[in-house]
Design a protein around this ligand. Structure first.
Ligand SMILES: Cc1cc2nc3c(=O)[nH]c(=O)nc-3n(C[C@H](O)[C@H](O)[C@H](O)COP(=O)(O)OP(=O)(O)OC[C@H]3O[C@@H](n4cnc5c(N)ncnc54)[C@H](O)[C@@H]3O)c2cc1C
Length: 234
């Protein structure tokens, strides 16, 4: 019979305590005001819950998937917006960077999101949702740099995140095998964050479009090999 082990039970209990005592009392106000749940996210960063499965080598908690799911359940029950913010940081930013990044990339782009900065994942576009291979954002090499052009849509943590895993076409002829993955930072030249969407629910989580207009990033921001993007996204 499946049973939670002692560590998993402790995570669940810790998550429930912080969720009920600190996060739940703030949830309604954040939601009504469509305000990013800054304080709730800070509580999670202090506990290491924003990067639960990142290995200890890079400053994470090195926990298993069951512990992560248990914490997600407790946090989301108290504030769904905080839960979504937490899930994107853990699953959609930290996971691909840890799984496909080099040691140097993990030091530069993973360690900062453990207890301070926030990450996001930018795959969807205005005309490429369920079918991400239909994306039109492109990246071309210019010397050692990459130049990105295109737009992304409905990006969770948009505007609040400092680091974005962004997908773009590097070889259109290869279709989905010609998509590559890049790390774009808030403040990179040509990288703009659009206005926050007004949603019917989970309103405190930030959802924005992004645009890249000749956005220049250094060559070491390619995550994985050229053409690995679709595999990384899936
Ligand atoms: C609040 C919110 C947060 C989001 N956060 C992110 C994020 O952080 N990063 C990111 O990259 N994206 C994000 N998204 C985008 C999300 O991943 C897309 O909305 C999703 O992929 C669906 O795409 P779409 O909205 O274009 O719908 P469509 O692809 O247009 O689909 C519309 C409907 O048609 C159905 N459908 C589509 N294709 C087929 C088919 N071939 N056969 C049968 N039925 C089909 C779908 O199931 C759906 O019901 C977010 C979206 C929302 C609403």
């Amino acid at each position: 019979m499946f049973k939670l082990n002692e560590d998993q039970l402790l995570i669940k209990e810790t998550a429930r305590d912080v969720a009920q005592e600190q996060i739940a009392p703030l949830a309604s106000d954040y939601d009504k005001k469509e305000q990013f749940p800054v304080k709730s996210v800070k509580y999670l960063q202090e506990l290491g819950f924003m990067a639960m499965m990142v290995s200890e080598e890079y400053g994470g908690s090195g926990l298993d998937t069951v512990s992560y799911a248990l914490a997600m359940e407790e946090i989301s029950a108290a504030c769904a917006s905080t839960g979504v913010t937490m899930s994107v940081n853990n699953s959609l930013y930290a996971y691909p960077v840890e799984a496909f990044g080099t040691h140097e990339q993990k030091q530069k782009y993973l360690e900062p999101i453990i207890s301070d900065h926030i990450g996001a994942f930018a795959l969807s576009e205005p005309d490429a949702g369920s079918d991400p291979a239909a994306m039109t954002t492109k990246a071309v090499k210019d010397g050692d740099d990459w130049i990105l052009n295109g737009s992304k849509m409905w990006i969770t943590n948009g505007g609040e995140a400092d680091y974005y895993v962004v997908f773009a076409i590097t070889d259109a002829e290869k279709k989905h095998k010609g998509i590559s993955t890049f790390i774009v930072k808030k403040g990179d030249p040509g990288f703009e964050i659009g206005a926050k969407e007004h949603k019917l629910g989970i309103r405190a989580s930030s959802t924005t479009p992004l645009s890249m207009d000749s956005c220049r990033i250094p060559g070491d921001r390619l995550l994985g090999a050229e053409g690995d993007g679709f595999k990384i996204a899936m």
